[in-house]
Design a protein around this ligand. Structure first.
Ligand code: CTP
Length: 404
């Protein structure tokens, strides 16, 4: 490392404090400058002297213990950090940050910092699963905090389950990854338009046609594109997911609404990724009141919806256009057909009948085909990893991109 990255480690109270000592040592050995802040309860488990010795810096714990008259310690530390890591993070410290409470040095500093915050929770499994804790973590994720998931196993309280602080090596790896990602901005200055999720085509006010798409792939793409410096717009059908941090989020329901929102933004887009599972048909008539059942069978006449991607392909100028093809058989032939027919630069195909590549899961295995004949076949990966691959491969077709 040329210039040392500065990590402020906030240690809150719990048995896992001893692991934070190991993390401090590993951070320093890896070339980071580390300063440690502790809560009163953290000091019940390990003394500040341990952290002072390992970090080779003064340890902070008292907001009113101002050693340097030229500054205000918690503000100076908040400004000093390139990254703030809370490990272990108790339910209490998570709750305080999520609700804007500042009643000790760590909670005050966390509110005062503009540096990215990484949180490694550690608590009893029932506390971790409590809806209040979950809601607080969700809120913090919305504010842009990153989480390092706790591990599963025997907890110090005697329970078996999720809640054990991630191992220091794992936290260190996430920190390395964070700084690597921070300097990797191949999409800086690019406008990326992403669609995700299913669409809903209503028959009447209470019934609609839809499909099994969860939106996870599209949301992962939006999150990664934002991390890589892009100006991201995510147009999404109904999903259970939270809008990723930092993206311009547009909620739609029907294929027609998606068409309108996409077309409005097509001109200024550099890269369009259509991961949405758009309905191909919609009921010819949408009734204003709930349909009543009749004797006998029911047939519903359907009209074709607009093929958004086909239209984008026809109007394509400077944009790089990427489609998805979810198939159950003959994946290569169908995918290549869509690449050609819709005038795409790249298509990402997956076999949704295959284990691990289905709609609702967190993993995917894709086969990518480029307009230039280039192909890439991934192994079974997390959707976030697949998102990184799709963005990297798309960049091959973008002018002025580091990869292009
Ligand atoms: N797509 C679209 N508008 C539609 C249908 C599909 O923009 N009305 C896009 C999807 O977002 C995807 C690609 O086209 O990027 C392929 O979608 P898919 O449903 O796999 O294929 P279809 O073209 O609909 O063909 P088929 O249903 O016959 O497989």
């Amino acid at each position: 490392m040329t210039e040392k990255k500065k990590v402020l480690l906030c240690v809150t109270g719990g048995i896992a404090v001893f692991k934070a000592a190991g993390l401090t040592s590993q951070l320093r050995q890896s070339g980071y400058e580390v300063k440690v802040m502790m809560t009163r309860s953290a000091m019940e488990f390990v003394t500040p002297l341990t952290f002072q010795t390992l970090s080779r810096n003064h340890v902070y714990h008292d907001t009113f213990d101002e050693k340097d008259p030229s500054g205000v310690a918690h503000i100076d530390l908040a400004d000093w950090a390139d990254l703030v890591v809370v490990a272990p993070a108790t339910a209490n410290s998570i709750g305080k940050l999520a609700n804007g409470i500042a009643d000790d040095m760590i909670s005050t500093t966390l509110l005062a910092t503009t540096a990215p915050v990484m949180i490694a929770p550690a608590m009893n499994v029932h506390m971790y699963e409590h809806p209040a804790v979950y809601a607080n973590m969700e809120r913090l994720a919305k504010y842009g905090c990153r989480f390092i998931e706790p591990g599963e196993g025997l907890l110090a309280c005697g329970y078996v389950g999720k809640g054990r602080l991630a191992e220091p090596e794992e936290i260190l790896e996430s920190i390395h990854h964070f700084f690597k990602e921070q300097s990797y901005k191949p999409l800086k200055g690019k406008h990326v338009l992403i669609t995700a999720g299913p669409t809903r085509e209503y028959v009447d006010p209470v019934r609609f046609f839809t499909n099994r798409s969860s939106g996870k792939m599209g949301y992962a793409l939006a999150e990664k594109a934002y991390e890589q410096g892009a100006d991201v717009t995510l147009i999404s059908g109904p999903t259970n997911l939270n809008a990723p941090y930092g993206v311009d989020f547009i909620q739609v329901e029907s294929a027609e609404e998606m068409y309108k929102e996409v077309m409005e933004r097509y001109n200024r887009a550099d890269l369009v990724i259509k991961s949405a599972a758009v309905a191909d048909y919609r009921p010819k008539v949408t009734y204003d009141s709930k349909m009543k059942k009749q004797d006998g069978n029911l047939s519903i006449d359907m009209d074709r919806t607009k093929d958004i991607l086909l239209e984008l392909g026809k109007q394509k100028e400077h944009q790089v256009l990427v489609g998805f093809a979810a198939e159950t058989d003959d994946v290569t032939r169908y995918a290549k057909g869509k690449l050609e027919k819709k005038n795409l630069d790249m298509i990402v195909a997956n076999n949704v009948a295959q284990t691990g590549s289905g709609f609702e899961g967190d993993t995917n295995q894709v086969h990518i085909f480029g307009r230039d004949g280039h192909e890439y076949e991934s192994s079974l990966l997390s959707k976030k990893e697949v998102a990184e691959i799709v963005l990297r491969e798309s960049a091959r077709y973008m002018k002025g991109s580091d990869e292009g």
